[in-house]
Design a protein around this ligand. Structure first.
Ligand SMILES: Nc1ncnc2c1ncn2[C@@H]1O[C@H](COP(=O)(O)OP(=O)(O)OP(=O)(O)O)[C@@H](O)[C@H]1O
Ligand SMILES: [Mg+2]
Length: 265
């Protein structure tokens, strides 16, 4: 018996990347997100699940200040990334969004070439010193998004000419091209077929080696496949948050239980 055993910690805490405390969002008079506090870990995938309208996208948009672009939205509370308050007046939201990238439900490539879609962010953020630098960045991002093979011979063709699944991977390439530290994905696979979905899921798994990834999904199977942590939202509340395995096999809250077993949705 080893009596030098360290005192066991009550919970093994993740390396926290994002810390939200008492976050509320109102759209005009409607209270869409209610007092949400959560720590989101680095180098892992966190899934947000819950019925339609429960506030998943609203909360996701708080994490890179996309709600700033919605005039009726009012966000209160505190959100820190690496200990820095992202709502501090000195934080430039454009810089923040380069660090906290986002991929939307519907692929939304710019009306530009495949190359320019990916090169856009690195260009405006001054990440490339020469055209050769930029070529390297674009190729790397397209490779990470599993699109290089399909795109390399048509880099100057419009991004909008790709298939839906390819467009979504292009948007992922665009998001990773600025080397973000956090990647927010709002139902990134809902417009994709099973093959493209599998590719994106594989990519998410690879991205978590370097990033903190947060994914909103309506697919419980997808949450179980890709995430290590799951947060269940209901009517604007964060009801339960924990290890994905625990949430799906042994939820503590009856509302989580009803949702995952298909009784509410
Ligand atoms: N721009 C907006 N203006 C006003 N109300 C909004 C706006 N966006 C969302 N809401 C409201 O806030 C609540 C939460 O919406 P949100 O889009 O965050 O839900 P969600 O969980 O992402 O739902 P879904 O699964 O359908 O995407 C809903 O009642 C919605 O109608
Ligand atoms: Mg949503």
């Amino acid at each position: 018996m080893n009596d030098m055993r360290p005192i066991e910690r009550a919970t093994a805490l993740d390396d926290t990347k994002i810390s939200a405390k008492g976050v509320n969002v109102h759209y005009g008079a409607a209270h869409a997100l209610k007092d949400v506090s959560v720590d989101i870990g680095d180098r892992l995938v966190t899934a947000f699940i819950g019925p339609s309208g429960c506030g998943k996208s609203t909360f996701l948009r708080c994490l890179n200040r996309m709600n700033d672009t919605i005039p009726s939205a009012r966000v209160t509370g505190r959100i820190e990334i690496d200990g820095q308050d992202i709502y501090d007046r000195r934080v430039d939201p454009v810089q923040l969004r380069a660090k906290v990238g986002m991929v939307f439900q519907k692929p939304n490539p710019f009306p530009k070439s495949i190359y320019d879609n990916v090169a856009y962010g690195p260009k405006i953020h001054g990440l490339a010193r020469s055209r050769a630098d930029l070529d390297v960045i674009v190729e790397k991002a397209l490779r990470r998004a599993a699109l290089w093979t399909e795109a390399k011979d048509r880099l100057q063709s419009p991004g909008t000419g790709l298939s839906g699944g390819q467009q979504q991977r292009l948007c992922i390439a665009r998001a990773v091209a600025t080397e973000p530290e956090v990647l927010l994905m709002d139902e990134p696979c809902s417009a994709l077929d099973p093959i493209a979905t599998a590719q994106v899921e594989e990519l998410i798994d690879e991205l978590r080696q370097s990033y903190s990834v947060v994914i909103v999904t309506h697919s419980m199977q997808q949450a179980a496949r890709v995430s290590q942590r799951t947060a269940f939202f209901h009517l604007g509340n964060l009801v339960e948050y924990g290890e994905t395995g625990q949430i799906f096999t042994n939820p503590r809250d009856p509302r989580t239980e009803s949702y995952i077993s298909g009784r509410i949705g």
